[in-house]
Design a protein around this ligand. Structure first.
Ligand code: SAM
Length: 290
């Protein structure tokens, strides 16, 4: 089939299947083949790379991915798209589509079942914007099992900026730290809203996430993630206030921060990932958290 990513072809397929886009599933289909080509190039695909695509829609991106990669596994929530994808991707023998909610499936098990070779595994997706963060968190947290090496994900511009935010900026938050813990990230493309049907309200970006061989010496991951979430839950307050909400002893809290050479007047956005790791390890070592 010719490229699905054009206004003409997309409309033709949607009319043929009497399909309307579902807002509840974050459906904005790409209609620009050049943009897709660039995304696929950024992902550096070849026949030694397997790919997972979350949300194939009517197959515009999937078609380009399948042409370049070894095996493509798509996970799509919308059952209505089953007959559409069967038609639009019929020429490919290297695609499998699972119809399920990505947030509910056991992705580690599926990866083990489907990709039983040692090829590089990457995720490429135009994400449903309403669940961008939970999808990324799931990919991060299962990465030690799935061995995914990188993610190329299209998302709302503001979310992309937050994920890439630097210390001491207003965008820097617990998600920036979480992302930085697992991956090296970079915004690799800016995407105008005009290249989608229907057109979303906001511009998008493509973010590259390359998983790190984790070098951080973290004693308790759960404590660390709870800590950053709690510290940023009141980002205008000082770290003294926020930490004291966890410790419930002001003198002890001052001692912890002083021992770590952290000024009590700092705000959560003034602490680096290394500062949070040191703080988390201190709480673990001094048995503030079991
Ligand atoms: N890849 C297509 C494209 O670029 O034209 C469609 C992208 S559209 C922004 C997001 C896709 O994710 C839709 O097909 C939608 O049905 C699917 N989706 C939404 N929620 C999902 C979920 N929880 N699990 C899997 N797919 C989901």
């Amino acid at each position: 089939m010719s490229n699905i990513a054009s206004i003409k072809k997309t409309k033709e397929i949607m009319e043929y299947f009497n399909l309307n886009t579902k807002k509840a599933f974050g459906q904005n289909f790409i209609i620009d083949s050049n943009i897709i080509n660039n995304i696929v190039k950024k992902a550096g695909l070849d026949k030694d790379t397997n790919v997972i695509e979350i949300g194939p829609g009517i197959g515009a991106l999937s078609q380009f991915l399948a042409r370049e990669c070894h095996q493509l596994l798509c996970i799509e929530i919308d059952q209505r798209l089953e007959e559409v994808l069967k038609y639009s991707l019929s020429e490919f023998t290297n695609i499998k589509v699972i119809f399920d909610d990505f947030l509910k499936i056991d992705i580690s098990k599926i990866v083990k079942e489907y990709f039983n070779d040692n090829r590089r595994l990457v995720v490429v997706a135009n994400l449903p914007y309403y669940i961008t963060t939970p999808i990324l968190i799931k990919l991060f947290e299962t990465s030690h099992e799935t061995k995914i090496s990188s993610i190329y994900a299209m998302m709302q511009k503001e979310v992309g900026l937050r994920l890439n935010a630097h210390i001491n900026t207003k965008e820097y938050n617990s998600l920036s730290i979480l992302t930085n813990y697992y991956t090296d990230t970079k915004i690799v493309m800016k995407i105008p809203k005009a290249i989608f049907i229907p057109q979303p309200q906001v511009d998008s970006v493509v973010v590259e996430f390359i998983f790190k061989n984790n070098e951080y010496q973290l004693l308790d991951k759960e404590l660390f993630f709870n800590l950053i979430r709690l510290m940023f839950s009141q980002r205008r307050k000082t770290i003294l206030n926020n930490l004291n909400n966890i410790i419930n002893d002001k003198e002890a809290t001052i001692k912890i921060l002083t021992d770590l050479k952290l000024n009590v007047q700092l705000r959560p956005e003034n602490l680096s990932i290394d500062n949070y790791i040191a703080l988390s390890n201190y709480l673990k070592e001094h048995k503030y958290y079991d």
